[in-house]
Design a protein. Structure first.
Length: 294
């Protein structure tokens, strides 16, 4: 389990729970330091007592220790767990999903595999997707100088049909190869409502995940990176933490039945929540996983 980086200092400004945790830890440290100094003063020999009473020593020790406690208390942005009884490895981290260093990166899509962002001139066109969706981000990443339809044409060639014409089944997949050899797997999960919004049910997410593990067994990637499915534009009617637990439960259940490659669960930077890491860590440990320290 890696320790936090300096960039996580910004979280102290945005998350009250982080500030509270740091303050409590620093105060606890100072209380322990005061106790040690008191015991040292009462029990040590005169030379050590004199040394301990020097103001510079006390202040210097307190300041240095406070800095150490601050770094130790900062939230980590990556956890890795491995199970000792069956082959299963889970990494949970904050990063850019589309740049994850895994064999396969999963990008969730609706059941039509639509990829073209909403056209301001045609806001009622239901064949469009949200500008911030993963599949729209993928199109901009792969074709920054394109006309906005490059990914759509790639999907059309792979499907043999224009996106939006045929509704696929939940958990259907479409594998794409990027300009630099990236292996992206489009996973059909959400449906499109009459209001052009993506919606999804918990049963749909579970079914899509089950089919994803079957794909992993069939194609044999070394590792898979994926988001917390249903927590973005799919708009599942539960919070992100229950969806994270659902993802872990699905993976663990599948891995216990038959080996599945390691997975990397990627959380977006703007959704970095200490509670997500703490809940996931407690849950993984309750299932028999051990944290991997790096």
């Amino acid at each position: 389990m890696t320790r936090p980086r300096i960039s996580n200092f910004r979280l102290l400004r945005t998350h009250p729970s982080y500030r509270t945790r740091v303050v409590v830890s620093v105060l606890a440290y100072l209380g322990a330091l005061a106790t040690v100094l008191e015991v040292l003063e009462r029990t040590a020999s005169d030379p050590y007592t004199t040394y301990a009473n020097n103001l510079w020593f006390v202040v210097g020790t307190a300041a240095a220790g406070s800095v150490v406690v601050l770094f130790v208390t900062l939230p980590a942005n990556r956890y890795e767990f491995v199970h000792g009884s069956y082959p299963a490895r889970i990494t949970i981290e904050v990063r850019d999903l589309l740049s994850a260093p895994d064999d396969v990166v999963v990008v969730t899509a609706n059941r039509f595999f639509d990829s073209v962002p909403t056209d301001p001139d045609h806001p009622a066109d239901r064949s469009r997707v949200a500008v911030g969706s993963l599949i729209a981000q993928l199109g901009r990443r792969w074709f920054p100088d394109g006309d906005g339809h490059d990914l759509e044409r790639m999907i059309t060639a792979a499907l043999g049909a224009h996106p939006g014409e045929v509704e696929r089944g939940v958990g259907d997949t479409l594998e794409l190869r990027g300009p630099s050899g990236e292996r992206i797997l489009l996973l059909a999960v959400s449906r499109r409502s009459d209001q052009k919004l993506s919606t999804v049910l918990i049963d749909d997410i579970w079914l899509a995940l089950s089919k994803l593990w079957a794909y992993a067994r069939r194609t044999g990637p070394r590792s898979i990176a994926l988001p917390v499915i249903g927590s973005g534009y799919a708009n599942a009617e539960v919070g992100p933490n229950p969806l994270l637990m659902l993802l872990i439960t699905s993976y663990v259940t599948a891995a216990m039945e038959e080996p599945v490659c390691p997975i990397r669960i990627v959380l977006p930077a703007q959704a970095h929540d200490l509670s997500a890491f703490e809940v996931a860590r407690s849950y993984c440990e309750s299932l028999g996983f051990k944290a991997v320290r790096r």
